[in-house]
Ligand binder design. Sequence first.
Ligand code: ADP
Ligand code: MN
Ligand code: MN
Ligand code: MN
Length: 355
Amino acid sequence: MSLLSDLINLDLTSTTEKIIAEYIWIGGSGMDMRSKARTLSVPVTEPQKLPKWNYDGSSTGQAPGQDSEVILYPQAIFKDPFRRGNNILVMCDAYTPAGDPIPTNKRYQAAKIFNDPKVVEEETWFGIEQEYTLLQKDVNWPLGWPVGGFPGPQGPYYCSAGADKSFGRDIVDSHYKACLYAGINISGINGEVMPGQWEFQVGPSVGISAGDQLWMARYILERITEIAGVVLTFDPKPIPGDWNGAGAHTNYSTKSMREDGGYEVIKKAIEKMGLRHKEHIAAYGEGNERRLTGRHETADINTFSWGVANRGASIRVGRDTEKDRKGYFEDRRPSSNMDPYVVTSMVAETTLLLP
Ligand code: ADP
Ligand code: MN
Ligand code: MN
Ligand code: MN
């Protein structure tokens, strides 16, 4: 056992210039993350200097068997907390050999929006609160819950400590540090209302980098839960009934919102958000109707609402933002399994590009 961990922790830097690059991409469900590794002859720190690569799209539900090649374009580099040294994790998006983005490549369209001069000028910031649930392997039942039964009702678990209330902290804290090591702008973690459920926040991150960072943070969490033998789910309502669902609240601001007079800009932006409620809900995650019931700190899926400090509204404005007359707002509707490329670019488009 110790020889195995010695080998897995081997420091390559004193032996070779070569590094290992783990190429990561989003698979055919739009939620499954896939990756494979390759050796590079020297360390690389800029995505443009990395080679493109390919994979078998017929094995990920992304291409027919007779023409299965999908091409990976490296887009963002992170330090690899698992292999350490100069080794890297590479966030990629996927194209056909002819150079067209494949249907599951949501980054391509998002990058277009974030490259629009009007959006660039406004320096869009996103802070995404990723909630998730840890499940016991084999039984697929939340961590800390008695198999075949239920824990006591919600109340004592949120931000708790103690063996009877907080389940999986070793995973959560490993993930927190691994993200900081990787260069992800992770801003915090907390235990959630439902036992076995947790949250981490990424941001504020600018434009497309919010999506790159959130996806990479999800990937790192998949890898850590794999080591721990615990199953990770981003289902928006893992347990039906009187148990909180899992969301991905998206906090957002533009330069004008952060400057004096920003509160008026925020109110106008929220008004625009309201006009597109239906389109947003349709793109904010699979199964979100099970979560947005109007109970458990959510707003009803069919009604758009906003309010200061209101956790039962679609969009919440913080007390500080109201008091300072500038700041940001929080879109509480996106579900935990949303695609951050889709949600962030839609919010930017709605508030900055649409009439
Ligand atoms: P909540 O009070 O809803 O639980 P959190 O503290 O979990 O909020 O998350 C808030 C997120 O918003 C953090 O990631 C934070 O970095 C981010 N944030 C802070 N200020 C801004 C801003 N001006 N624009 C966008 N995001 C911001
Ligand atoms: Mn939060
Ligand atoms: Mn939360
Ligand atoms: Mn929130």
